[in-house]
Design a protein. Structure first.
Length: 368
């Protein structure tokens, strides 16, 4: 059959491949998410007590589902494409498509459209659903498993506001407790120490900006060879820091924050000359996730057209799991190396994806 005869078939083939790949990816994503949700629930059972009940654990797992879905999506695309395209290979339909004049790249492009659709859904979840759900999940669990209804890290909370470093013992809703400011001058010399028993957040309205109202304030100012102590029952603290930003930073890891929140955090930290590596890793991982998904899809197509052409479904799934584990291992290896050895975060994030793309197109080029 020549190329002209094959042209009318292409819309039908594109629709056939698209529906099959989309359905396989969605089913695998649901299966992986459900499996991890069960494992998460089993992991929580050991912490059950009178405060942290089974229903509280179930709520935690439910709020964790967006994170589980988002994190498994690239591997669902990999395994789903292996299952779908592998099915075409087993039924010799890929051979028929090639005989009709379709190149491996054309067939791959038909599979990429549904993968992009699913990846776009993942971006939406990661940007608008996951951060809030993750914060609520961790907040509910921490409050249920703690004696006090507050967020209290083992070593407290460290924040920075301009030239001041602030330490707080815990945060409860809109209140910070046990605060201490260390304020430095431009020469990095300590010039003032301020403490406060609590800070209550007062949101701004039409009349003015937001601020924190301090109670039981004590301040020590250091000068040339002497110090001056001041006491005051109440004072105010004007800052851009809000309770949501503080609690989100404590409860949500950088890799689970939204792209917009990460960008804002990086800008603030760079302005304060603080380390931004872990936030840049999270930012680039989220920005490049659609590309990562397409790279894994291309790798799965290369495997189906090549060494897995005649493999069984079980073996294709097993191979997909191995490839996914290997990819995840490489990601987890490069991320801390970037922080320790000063590798640019973008390079650390994109390297596993670039390796997948190179392997995929090297194999596809041999088959084209």
């Amino acid at each position: 059959m020549d190329q002209a005869e094959g042209e009318p078939m292409m819309p039908i083939v594109a629709r056939l491949i698209g529906i099959s790949v989309f359905g396989s990816i969605v089913l695998v994503a649901l299966a992986l998410t459900g499996l991890l949700a069960v494992f998460t629930l089993l992991d929580q059972i050991g912490d059950l007590d009178q405060r942290y009940t089974f229903w509280a654990a179930l709520l935690y797992v439910g709020l964790s589902v967006p994170r589980l879905f988002y994190e498994t999506l690239p591997y669902a695309i990999l395994i789903g494409a292996l299952i779908s395209l592998g099915g075409f290979a087993v039924r010799s339909e890929l051979i028929a498509m090639r005989a009709a004049g379709m190149s491996v790249y054309k067939i791959l492009s038909y599979a990429m459209l549904p993968a992009l659709l699913v990846a776009g859904g993942g971006v939406f979840v990661g940007e608008y659903v996951l951060p809030d759900a993750e914060r609520m999940a961790r907040l509910e669990r921490r409050q249920a498993t703690s004696i006090a209804d507050a967020i209290a890290p083992e070593y407290g909370i460290w924040l920075r506001d301009g030239d001041a470093f602030i330490h707080a013992e815990l945060i409860h809703e809109n209140t910070l407790l046990g605060l201490r400011w260390l304020i430095f001058d431009e020469g990095k010399r300590l010039i003032k120490v301020r403490t406060a028993e609590s800070a209550q957040y007062v949101p701004g309205g039409d009349e003015g900006a937001s601020y924190w109202e301090l109670s039981q304030v004590e301040e020590v100012t250091y000068g040339e060879g002497r110090s001056v102590r001041g006491l005051g029952r109440r004072s105010t603290w004007e800052t851009e820091l809000t309770p949501d930003e503080i609690s989100s930073e404590l409860l949500v890891e950088p890799s689970r924050m939204s792209i917009s929140a990460l960008s804002k955090k990086i800008t603030v930290l760079e302005r304060q000359s603080l380390e931004v590596g872990k936030y840049q890793l999270g930012f680039w991982a989220k920005v490049l996730q659609p590309l990562t998904a397409l790279a894994l899809l291309a790798l799965s197509a290369a495997m189906v057209f090549g060494p897995l052409r005649d493999a069984s479904m079980g073996f294709r799934i097993f191979t997909g799991l191995l490839l996914g584990v290997g990819f995840k291992f490489l990601q987890d290896l490069l991320a801390p190396m970037a922080l320790v050895y000063g590798i640019p975060p973008l390079v650390a994030v994109i390297l596993p994806t670039a390796l997948c793309l190179w392997l995929a197109f090297y194999q596809l080029r041999r088959l084209a």
